[in-house]
Design a protein around this ligand. Sequence first.
Ligand code: ZN
Length: 569
Amino acid sequence: MKSFSFEVKAKDIAGRIGSLTVNGKKVETPLLMPVFDFKRQIIPVKELAGEFRFKALMTNAYNLLKDEELKKKVLKEGIHKLLGFDGIVATDSGSYQLMVYGSVTTTNREIIEFQNRIGSDIGSFLDIPTLPDAFKPRAEEQLNETLKRSEEALNAEFAVNAGIQGGRYLDLRARAARGIGSRFELNAIGGIVPLMEAYRFLELVDIIAAVKMNIPASRVVHAFGLGHPMLFSLAVALGCDLFDSAAYSLYAQNDRYLTADGTKRLAELEYVPCSCPVCSRHGIGLKEFSGEDRVGLLARHNLYISMEELNACKQAIAENSLWELVARRCRAHPKMLEGLNKMTEHSHWLSTLDVITKKTAFKITGPEAEKRTEVINARKRIERVKSECLVELPVFGKIPAELLDIYPFNSLVEDYGKQRVRDLEKVRALMDYQFGENAGELISEKVRIKKSRATQRIRWLYEGGEMIASVRASDHLVIPHEKLALKLKEKFEKPRLRVILTEDEDAIQFVKEGKSVMNKFVKEVDSELRCGDECIIVDSKDNFIRTGTLALSPAEIKDFKRGVAVKVR
Ligand SMILES: [Zn+2]
């Protein structure tokens, strides 16, 4: 019987590093699953699992079903033994064949049952991919059939990679997303390969956004067939978690060499822009191999570069530089740049998922910087701050000088030392910015502000000998301690600034002892808070429990049943 769980470890924009466990096998997302083709075995499974260290593979169950010999073997041995692979095996249902050839000789029930019997960890029902240029009535008809077929997969013994279709029609995609997302934990955005092949990235971005906005934030999202590394960062930033690559071998079979900036023809390469084991040994000598050798070597390079790019995306999430990575990648092609601009049209939605304070400086990469999520979040909060001293910053416009130490403004200020702001004014402005209009009034003239001897920056606030807040050295945000948190709670009505726990006594006791708040014990959370914000944890009667830092966005806290919602101080 299947087991499936997913939790988020780190975030940037809508991108996330997650921990996914299927049938006891744990992998980290974003995850790339290479497609293994029994009929054309370019890289052996042993090598995919060994040298490449892939922990999940994808293969086509339909092709196995249609090959008498393989079918007999896989039914006897199971898919893991047949592959010689003990990681996660995901199987495809033949939907892709349905799209390419127009028909398949199996039924939805048969292919589901077959995947049950061969022991797929992740499997698919026979959803109907709608071609991008299909007329709407046709797309709608196909979607209705897909949704009907999804019902038959509800009791599958594998984790269902449930296809969301609807072609290029966003209202259909939204309806499909609601229908599938409410019932399945793993959601696959299907029918996007033809769009990617035609460089129709405007539509691709809108489709991913339409799907993500209409499924619970806790769903694992598979961008089905998205295997070109140049698109990874864009798709990751929009919240896709799983990718599969048949591209590494299909492109190799056409003498095409993948890079994170696009595709090159092998014949055009006078130098290789890569030092993977294949390129460092063979370089442009790749051309001289013939037949299988060349395809095999090219496929290996293509796979190495895909892994490298996915790692770059993960590092960008870890250091919060995903916008910069996407902006860089999307400048490789005018159509990619259109995709980036399209993504910024979704910034209001994305800003609710993004983190409020980042580890890497805000860098202006181009005109799109003005439409980034950080700008939207910051502008909303600047309105809360009254200041006599405004400073003009690029992208953000007029900013209260009191805020120049914090993200995202700090990286755009050139003459730090010259802004003369009283310490008290500074702390009050930070309070307004972080917690709400007039929150700064809670800091009276009597509060003693203590600075770090080493850096001469504000570090601690005392009132009557008691520490009421600290100012974090890394990002200069105010961390209220209990006394100040109680005043904030009094000033701002429920649910402002709050994470409200359920009535579970044990959970409340754990939090009182300083343990993290788990998502499933949160009843309500202030939707104006952002991941990384300081918050006040209360019980359902609004009694103060502790303070903490939001580890996810409010939408995610609402939807996730697993993982940490708030890191408690
Ligand atoms: Zn290479």
